[in-house]
Ligand binder design. Structure first.
Ligand code: ZN
Length: 294
């Protein structure tokens, strides 16, 4: 059984909370740095199995803010991926495929970087239930801020998740009952954004900030620093695709020699996913094309 307790955290709007999950003796992402929320979590955990392990999906502060407090209260082992740069000692360094004991079906670690280095998704036993951290969001969108945020890596992690997940339990917002559809929607959104970024380059924007000003024009309440970081993530993806190039901080569009040169197997997989779950999005899809010379 997966239990959720949303805790108030200093996260990014529109989200105001980070979901702490409990599966048996494991608590995932106790993220609140605030004493009243930490006490509320401890109170909620008082009934039910003894907490033996605390797992963080990644090192961002809205996922880790309550770890030290909960570890002190429970004596539980603190677990994170070996690449996660958490600001406290880790008792168990996790890797791809590791199993975290819960007292019931264990949690299987899926290394899923792209949003954060050392990001983990946790599959509950052999089920299609996956605690996905910041791979998917039930509210708002996932921020990709380079250099840690990397769109191609993120899309690969989503692709991986799509082979496993039926239901996704995100760190922010409600459960996503149809995980493949949610993944397809995110992939479609990212590709639409990439096309908007490419169009902004064509229209004369040259810096991430200029691109963001075009792409996010008319969107209320945009944090331009985050928007520029997002634009940069898409520019880097276009660059890796041979569709944009950067020189001295200025970006320009490159017209690809072979615009539809074969989708990779991975790209075809996502294209099929999109055809099924987000019809209309697939025709322009170019996910991870085979490497080609620029
Ligand atoms: Zn995060």
């Amino acid at each position: 059984m997966i239990e959720v307790l949303p805790l108030r955290t200093p996260t990014l709007p529109p989200a105001t909370h980070t979901n702490a999950y409990r599966v048996g003796g494991v608590v995932i992402d106790p993220g609140s740095p605030w004493a009243d929320e930490q006490a509320r979590l401890a109170e909620a955990l008082r009934s039910g199995p003894t907490v033996t392990h605390i797992v963080v999906t990644h090192h961002h502060h809205d996922h880790t803010g309550g770890v030290v407090d909960l570890a002190r209260r429970t004596g539980a082992k603190v677990c994170a991926h070996e690449d996660a740069r958490v600001p406290f000692p880790i008792d168990v360094r996790l890797r791809e495929g590791d199993l975290v004991p819960t007292g019931g079906p264990p949690l299987r670690c899926l290394h899923t970087p792209g949003h954060a280095d050392g990001h983990l998704a946790l599959q509950v036993g052999d089920t299609g239930d996956v605690i996905v951290g910041d791979l998917l969001a039930g509210i708002g969108t996932i921020v990709l801020a380079p250099p840690e945020g990397h769109l191609r890596t993120f899309l690969r992690s989503l692709e991986r998740l799509a082979t496993v997940a039926n239901r996704a339990f995100p760190a922010h917002g409600p459960t996503l009952e149809d995980a493949p559809a949610a993944i397809a929607a995110v992939v479609a959104h990212r590709h639409a954004r990439s096309q908007q970024v490419e169009a902004a380059l064509s229209a004369g924007a040259t810096t991430p900030r200029e691109v963001a000003a075009v792409v996010y024009a008319g969107v209320a309440g945009v944090d331009m620093k985050l928007a520029a970081a997002q634009a940069l993530a898409h520019l880097q993806w276009l660059s890796e695709e041979g569709r944009a190039r950067e020189e001295d901080g200025r970006w320009r569009r490159v017209v690809a020699r072979a615009p539809d040169a074969g989708l990779s197997q991975a790209g075809e997989f996502l294209a099929a996913l999109l055809r099924e779950h987000a019809p209309g999005a697939a025709p322009n899809l170019r996910v991870i094309p085979g490497g080609r010379e620029d």
